[in-house]
Design a protein around this ligand. Structure first.
Ligand code: AMP
Length: 214
């Protein structure tokens, strides 16, 4: 199974990508997590991408496409956070053709702006394993502590009101062209991202199971 999960920042992509990857035994390729790790380790790539990420801007395509090329292979995967513009979608298409790989579904989590602002401003993430929480809808069992690994929860630097606004705008500017691209390939599956996380998972699971028997 080769999947792409797409949606605005805060649409629940990361949460769903994690459970889907576990359920279908797929490699989860999260561009945001990969880049944050590069920044944390102060690598050459990390130094180049840091300022874009802090401002909520997209990292230049040439850097991103190189990263994605390293992570795409024959094994099943779910891509989270890529593509973020039409150029990236086309570059991915070329990479897939080179490896003779087909995407099974492009899953779009559709969520409105009010929900995104609420989710991102109340989001907390584990410093260690990157698990996501929401202060009201998905709180940890002990305040400030990750249920999975016991490390502290923090607010991401780019989850502040100004950067959230910027990231939403970037999404609005770039998303329609990407949706049109995958619709033309008959891969687009729209899922209501306003539902709770278990209901969204059920819907995605049904889509994937149907694709598996196509
Ligand atoms: P995310 O965790 O997916 O919200 O990504 C956090 C930040 O990483 C984004 O705001 C961008 O600065 C950068 N980023 C992640 N994925 C990409 C991508 N495919 N293209 C460009 N920048 C990206």
């Amino acid at each position: 199974m080769k999947l792409i999960i797409f949606g605005a920042p805060g649409s629940g992509k990361g949460t769903q990508a994690k459970v889907i990857s576990e359920y279908f035994d797929l490699e989860r390729v999260s561009l945001g997590d990969i880049l944050r790790q590069e920044v944390k380790s102060d690598s050459a790539l990390g130094q180049k991408v840091k300022s874009y990420m802090e401002k909520g801007l997209l990292v230049p395509d040439d850097l991103i496409i190189r990263v994605i090329e390293e992570h795409i292979g024959a094994k099943g995967f779910i891509l989270d956070g890529y593509p973020r513009n039409l150029n990236q979608a086309q570059a991915l298409d070329d990479i897939l053709k080179k490896h003779d790989i087909q995407i099974d579904a492009f899953i779009y989590l559709d969520v409105d702006e009010g929900t995104i602002v609420d989710r991102l401003s109340k989001r907390r993430v584990c410093k260690n394993c990157h698990a996501n929480y929401h202060l009201e809808n998905m709180p940890p069992k002990t305040a400030g502590v990750c249920d999975s690994c016991g490390h502290p929860l923090v607010q991401r630097k780019d989850d502040n009101p100004e950067t959230i606004k910027k990231r939403w705008q970037v999404f609005i500017d770039e998303s329609q062209a990407i949706l049109d691209f995958y619709e033309a390939k008959d891969k687009l599956v729209k899922v209501n991202g306003q539902l709770d996380k278990d209901a969204i998972f059920e819907e995605i699971k049904n889509v994937c199971n149907a694709k598996a028997f196509d």
